[in-house]
Design a protein. Structure first.
Length: 317
């Protein structure tokens, strides 16, 4: 049995990840309330967050001893984050905040394969068999063949969110690898935020229409709220947990985000998916949850089992 201090530390890390997931669950809501185009929203949410993150990093900069290549790895992760956010924001316009966030968070499947390639954490056959099940759920969420499907263009929204999930997984894996030395998370997150700002700015230059650099309110008030609560506070907590927990476990904890976003979307925007879309959402959540369960059971037999301490009651004994 691990020392009590290690168990307490692991539970604190899990708590930080959970609170961070709750904080970022409002991201899609704040973006929808801002009523700006996807590229504009991405550029300003990162631009507003960067100075705050810089101040936090500057205060504790002496504790950040990461080599330059890890810093650039965080920037690279941020480049993928910028693409992910733009695509996700586009998907919100087509399929609503809740469903777009749900599909974008199917990244746990991509993380499983990415962890296999990068960290040699090979998924077993049950994980591989779950992939088509999750994709079937995504198909239901997309509203294919459904006259009562929710969303202006649910098929396009589902496709964009699924592509966003691919880039989101790359961001999570890259950010995790950029800080395996357990440095304060403000540095890697600042670098990733600057990377996201850079890729979003490039997309703003090459994509036609939509980009609006005028600062107006209340639109930018919502973007500032998004930057401070999600981009800074939420991701600082998740960034703290990333190097301390297995990749798939972090991806699963973040699944709390789409569940809560669906709730917020229903309450604030009266989003009401069809019955088949709800069934698809349950299938997606169940599939990715199963993937994480299998992965965490496998990791419990490894020397790094301490990193996978579960919150289930059985593991409290």
């Amino acid at each position: 049995m691990p020392p009590a201090s290690d168990i307490v530390s692991a539970r604190r890390t899990l708590t930080a990840a959970f609170v961070g997931a709750v904080a970022i669950s409002f991201s899609a809501i704040y973006f929808a309330l801002s009523d700006v185009d996807p590229v504009t929203g991405t550029i300003f949410r990162t631009a507003y967050a960067a100075p705050v993150l810089f101040v936090i990093w500057w205060i504790g900069r002496h504790r950040d001893q990461r080599p330059a290549w890890r810093r650039w790895l965080a920037v690279g992760a941020g480049l993928m984050l910028g693409i992910d956010i733009v695509l996700w924001h586009e998907a919100i316009d087509f399929i609503g905040a809740g469903l777009a966030t749900l599909i974008a968070n199917s990244q746990v499947i991509w993380v499983a394969f990415g962890a296999w390639l990068i960290h040699k954490e090979r998924p077993n056959n049950r994980v591989l068999a779950t992939v088509p099940v999750v994709l079937f759920g995504v198909g239901l969420v997309s509203g294919l063949g459904q006259n009562d499907a929710f969303g202006a263009n649910p098929v396009l929204g589902a496709v964009l969110a699924l592509i966003a999930a691919f880039f989101y997984s790359g961001f999570l894996l890259g950010l995790r690898a950029s800080n395996e030395s357990f440095a304060p998370p403000a540095g890697p997150l600042l670098e990733a935020t600057l990377g996201a700002l850079a890729s979003a700015s490039v997309l703003g230059l090459v994509l036609d229409g939509g980009l609006d650099l005028a600062i107006t309110f209340p639109a930018h008030g919502w973007l500032i709220a998004l930057a401070l609560t999600a981009q800074v506070f939420g991701w600082l907590l998740i960034g703290h947990a990333l190097p301390r927990l297995p990749a798939v476990e972090i991806a699963t904890i973040i699944l709390l985000q789409p569940v809560l976003t669906i709730v917020w979307g229903a309450i604030i925007f009266s989003e009401s998916p069809s019955l088949l879309q709800i069934i698809g959402a349950v299938i997606v959540l169940g599939g990715v949850g199963f993937v994480a369960y299998i992965r965490n059971r496998a990791s419990s037999h490894s020397p790094a089992a301490l990193q996978s301490i579960s919150l289930s009651p059985e593991d409290d004994n």
